[in-house]
Design a protein. Structure first.
Length: 310
């Protein structure tokens, strides 16, 4: 038995919950995947994975074994990467999770600029607004925007920038309605809300030190800011959205800001990566590049678990 191959195969089966999926990802035949798992189980003397004609499930022993093996494999990869990248040229692969709307609007151009500077680096970009498990999904780094503090003791976080929120609507929507002047006025309007849950959304505001929040009656809930921008352009309501996404629309008069004396919490841009003993040089260079381009060069790296105490 090739122990390393067997361990890599086992982890991939756990992550894909499929022998066929693991075979495709690893470039092996399905029979080779089955053989690796069988030999590993025989070597350990325990059942790691339960198979049926339709389902793959992980035993309790398999879950424990996966957590430890996955950590060891990550350490091995990082050690290999550190030695391979110890020269002056950055190389290797970066697997990056990027939020959909902010990614397409402003992050992807920066990431591609970094790639142009380091042509020996391979980028594996995944655009999604869903929460990701960096270790289980083998991501080197995730970029996320949030108005809230994040908590996970196993993740390192660095704030690299922020975007202002803006409330705006199309001239068509505002033509026969009184523009809102205060948060309380929003209950009379159709609001377009960013939400992953569909539950009532509370918008927070600040004006000259006065804090005020209002639970809006959203006419449209959506987990994608670009879709909400389109809804606003169609005259369907008032949207609260990162200003960078609608900057050109406002400049062209397609959307008009409202409640300009009230400010919403900024969207902070975080870089998240696993808390590991040695960060590969290409990952450190990537994070530093983004921080520099967002002008947050001195922002410290902290564990996400520590953020909640700040």
């Amino acid at each position: 038995m090739d122990k390393l191959t067997a361990l890599q195969t086992f982890c991939m089966v756990v992550e894909k919950r499929s022998f066929s999926g693991a075979a495709i990802q690893l470039g092996l035949s399905r029979s080779a995947v089955s053989k690796n798992i069988r030999e590993l189980e025989e070597y350990l003397g325990v059942t790691l994975i339960r198979r049926s004609t339709r389902h793959v499930s992980i035993t309790d022993e398999g879950e424990i074994y996966y957590d430890r093996v996955q950590h060891l494999l990550t350490q091995m990869r990082n050690t290999d990467d550190f030695l391979r990248s110890s020269g002056t040229t950055l190389s290797g692969k970066l697997r990056i999770s990027v939020p959909m709307s902010l990614g397409l609007t402003c992050l992807i151009p920066l990431i591609l600029e970094f790639r142009a500077r380091h042509p020996d680096i391979t980028l594996d970009l995944m655009l999604s607004d869903e929460k990701v498990d960096l270790l289980a999904q083998s991501y080197d780094v995730a970029i996320r925007g949030s108005t809230q503090k994040l908590t996970d003791a196993n993740i390192m976080m660095r704030t690299i920038g922020q975007f202002d929120h803006v409330l705006c609507a199309s001239p068509v929507y505002l033509a026969d309605r009184q523009s809102p002047l205060s948060p309380q006025d929003l209950v009379k309007h159709n609001c377009l809300s960013y939400s992953n849950s569909g539950i009532p959304t509370r918008w927070e505001f600040e004006n000259a030190g006065h804090q005020c929040g209002v639970t809006i009656n959203a006419s449209i809930n959506c987990n994608n800011s670009l879709a909400l921008r389109y809804a606003a352009l169609q005259g369907l309501g008032i949207v609260r959205i990162p200003e960078v996404i609608v900057r050109e629309d406002i400049a062209a008069g397609r959307l008009q800001p409202v409640m300009t004396s009230w400010r919403s919490p900024c969207v902070k841009i975080f870089v998240l990566y696993p808390c590991i003993p040695s960060v590969p040089r290409r990952l450190r260079a990537f994070i530093d590049f983004l921080a520099q381009r967002f002008n947050h060069r001195n922002a410290p790296d902290v564990t996400v678990g520590a953020v909640s105490a700040q």
